[in-house]
Design a protein around this ligand. Structure first.
Ligand code: ADP
Ligand code: NI
Length: 216
């Protein structure tokens, strides 16, 4: 039964991510899974593949394994083989995880499918809205970044390396990445949800700057 496979996989990932950092912990995975299920209500795609890929998408992050981009897809494949999932399903899930981990625009996308579009949208939705704001400030705090500095202007198109080493305030991340995500959604369902979350971030920023100026 598909639901047994999905439940087993969730239990495995929850256990595996027990000590993960807060940006990519089990709760991030669970939210991405829920976002994916929400998208599946209006998008026509293979549920088993979407749910398994969403649950396994951050099972092993290259960042913490000397940049080994294959660690995620390989871990997912080994696990799915161990519980006897059909090989065509494993292949598809592995492709989704591999191509998602090459992040937006890095290298050529070798693979694309409706299922992959949904999982990628579900992951991106978790970077915006109320949760996205919380994640950004958590990351900024971890990196010892200031909240905001009026003298440091956001620069949206930096290389990944430049971006990683930047000491820009967390508010800049909204202009460099978070406010751009709504236009990167693949599916109409995700575009609708992103529009709402985007508007919430804009209201948040208006309030933030008004408070910064002592206007409210
Ligand atoms: P992903 O693996 O989902 O592509 P990242 O590892 O780049 O995401 O980031 C994880 C979380 O940290 C996301 O919510 C992202 O918005 C946030 N984040 C990444 N870089 C920054 C930054 N420079 N400032 C603030 N938040 C950041
Ligand atoms: Ni993720």
């Amino acid at each position: 039964m598909d639901s047994d496979l999905i439940g087993k996989t969730a239990a495995y990932v929850k256990e595996a991510l027990q000590n993960a950092e807060s940006g990519h912990d089990w709760w991030h995975t669970e939210r991405v899974w829920k976002n994916a299920r929400l998208l599946l209500r209006s998008e026509d795609a293979d549920h088993l593949i979407v749910e398994l890929a969403a649950i396994l998408h951050d099972i092993a992050d290259a960042k913490f394994h000397n940049g080994d981009e294959e660690i995620g897809p390989r871990t997912a494949r080994n696990y799915l083989q161990s519980i006897g999932v059909e090989s065509s399903v494993i292949f598809h899930v592995e492709q989704i995880i591999r191509n998602m981990s090459y992040k937006s625009g890095l290298g050529e996308i070798e693979y694309s499918s409706k299922e992959m579009e949904i999982v990628q949208d579900a992951d991106r939705l978790d970077a915006i809205g109320a949760i996205g704001i919380a994640r950004a400030f958590t990351y900024g705090g971890y990196k010892n970044r200031t909240l905001y500095d009026p003298a440091i202007v956001p620069k949206p198109s930096q290389s990944k390396e430049e971006y990683k080493n930047s000491t820009a305030p967390t508010i800049n991340h909204f202009y460099e990445k978070l406010l751009l995500l709504k236009n990167k959604m693949n599916t109409p369902a995700a575009r609708r949800i992103a529009a709402e979350r985007h508007e919430f971030m804009e209201r948040y920023l208006d309030q933030f700057f008004a408070e910064w100026q002592g206007e409210k």
